[in-house]
Design a protein around this ligand. Sequence first.
Ligand SMILES: *Cc1c(COP(=O)(O)O)cnc(C)c1O
Length: 401
Amino acid sequence: MPGTELFGNEERKEINDVLETGMLFRYNHDQQRNGIWKARDFEAEVRKITGAKYAHAVSNGSAAIAIAMAASGLGAGDEVIVPPFTFIASVEAVLFIGAIPVFAEIDETLCLSAEGIKKAITPKTKGICLVHMCGTMADMDGIMAVAKEHNLILVEDAGQAFGASYKGTSVGLFGKAGSFSFDFFKIATAGEGGVFITNDEEIYKLADAYSDHGHNHVGNNRGMEQHPVLGFNYRISELHAAVGVAQTRKVPHIREVNRKYKKMLTDILSQTEGISFSELTDPAGDSATFLNILMPDTEIAKQTVDELNKAGIGGFNYWYLNMYHFINQWDHLKNMKTASPLTAQVLGMPQDYNNLHLPKSQEVVGRLISFVIRCTWTEEEVKSLANNIAACAKKAMPVHA
Ligand SMILES: *Cc1c(COP(=O)(O)O)cnc(C)c1O
C-alpha cells in the first residue's frame, strides 16, 4: 500500500527526534521532551489535510471509530445502521460501545445508500455508521438528507478514505465525527494508529478525555488532572505518531500520483467489454487508493479472479470471499460468538444475521474486484497492468453465440 511504499529518511528523522529525548509518552513531561510533541504534530498534519477544526490521534482506527460513536452520543441499546461490506472493525465498534448493528444495503458507490438506510430505519434507530469504502466516498447529499429527516446521528468511518473529499469537504466532517486508520495497509501508515476528527468542540473534548481514562489534559500535573468522564486507554505512542507525521505529509503526493495512474487504468479498461467501475460520487475528491472494477455478474468476476491468478497478477482484492470485509464470511458475527456477553446479546437483536436479505449488496460485492494502486509504479507498469486486466476479463467473459 502507498504509505509503506514510501517509508524512508523522513520517517527515520521523526522517530529519531523521539529517541533523542526518550519521551515515548504523548502527554506532560514538558522539560524532558525538549519541545518534541509528535502526537500533536500528527494531529496538526491531519487537520491540514482534512480542514477539520479538531483532530485527536489514538492507538488505531478501530478505537477511533468507537470513540467517534461514543463521543457523538451512541451507546447502550441504540440501533446503529451499518454496511455489510466494510472492514469488520466498524461493526465490532458498534457492538463494543454497547449498541446494536443493523445491516442495510450498499450500492455501486460501495457504501451505504440513502435508499438502503431509509429501509433499515426503525423507531429504535439512533445513528448511522457510514463507511467510505475502498478509498471512495458515499453519496453524501442523499445520506445527509435521510439523516436529517429522521434525526439520526451520523458518524463516518473513513478508515480507508483518508485524503478523499466530497464537493470540497473531507470525508469524516459530514456527520458529528469521523475516523481514519493509519494501520499498515492504509494510504498512510503509523505502524498502528488512528485519528478521530470533528468540528464540534464538545465532542472533541469528550473524545480526548474518553481516550485517556477521562483525563481532561489541563495543566502539567497528570496525577492531579480533572476527570469529567470515565474512559479507557486508547492512547497513541510518540513513536507511532512520529511515523504518522512523516507519512501524512506524503499523502498529497501519493494522492496526485495515484489519481494519474487510476485515470490511465480507467481510460484503457473502459474500452474493455464487460468492465465497468464503481460509482464515484465526486471524481475530483477520490483518494484513488484503489481501482474498483465491476464485472457483469459474480460468476464472471470469479472467473476473472481465476484468470488473474493464473496469469500471476497480484495486487488485487476480491472482497466477496474475503474473511474480514464481507458479511458472508462473518460466521462469528452471525452466531454472535463473543468472549463474554455484549449488551446487544442481552437486549436481543432486531435482525437475524443468518437470514439477512441484502440482494443489492450481494450483487455489487460479488461483481467487485479492487486493484491496489501504487505510487511507485512506472507508467509502463501501469499500462502493462491495464492490458493484463483487460486480457483476463476478456477470457472470463462468456463467448457470444
Ligand atoms: C482499517 C479499517 C479500520 C480499522 O483500523 P485499524 O487501524 O486497523 O484498527 C476500520 N474501518 C475501516 C473501514 C478500515 O478499513
